[in-house]
Design a binder for this molecule. Structure first.
Ligand SMILES: [Zn+2]
Length: 158
């Protein structure tokens, strides 16, 4: 994206949010050369985003799959559908902002897990156990321990 001031080509994205119902992305950019900031409105190309599954098959990305996964993980938790939907939207936006045309289910899973971690602990553990299918139980236990340690730390600070 060309800087409107010094015409240099390289800029850093400071903030991006979707406008116009997701059809446009508004980006705050900072020129890496002169440091001035400017805003760009980029039309989201309706290019299909493909998901590469573990067995190598591809399918069109569907936000509902993420949404349903999170809803399942949040079952009987005190979390509104609105919060869940917002989280799913945020995850979709992050994925689309990478501007990759293909994304693997593993990457999506990792992203969902990292978001859920700060969203709801129980939902995170449920999602993680389904997602990892207990294939690597040791790293899952490791993660649980870390989470526990993190909680203790937080408690200490209170
Ligand atoms: Zn500049």
């Amino acid at each position: 994206m060309k800087c409107p001031y010094c015409k240099q080509n390289d800029s850093r994205v400071i903030d991006s949010r979707s406008a116009d119902d997701g059809a446009t992305i508004r980006r705050r950019r900072e020129c890496t050369s002169c440091g001035r900031r400017f805003t760009t409105y980029e039309v989201v190309e309706k290019q299909p985003l493909m998901v590469v599954k573990n067995d190598g098959r591809r399918e069109v990305f569907k936000r509902d799959k993420i949404l349903n996964g999170i809803i399942r993980a949040c079952d009987k938790r005190d979390i509104s559908l609105e919060d869940i939907t917002n989280l799913a939207n945020e995850i979709e936006r992050d994925i689309r902002n990478t501007m990759e045309q293909e994304v693997s289910t593993a990457d999506i899973g990792r992203l969902v897990m990292s978001k859920l971690k700060s969203f709801d602990e129980v939902a995170y553990i449920r999602f993680a156990s389904v997602y990892r299918k207990f294939a690597d139980i040791s790293s899952f236990m490791e993660e649980l321990r870390e989470l526990q340690a993190h909680k203790e730390q937080k408690k200490d600070k209170l």
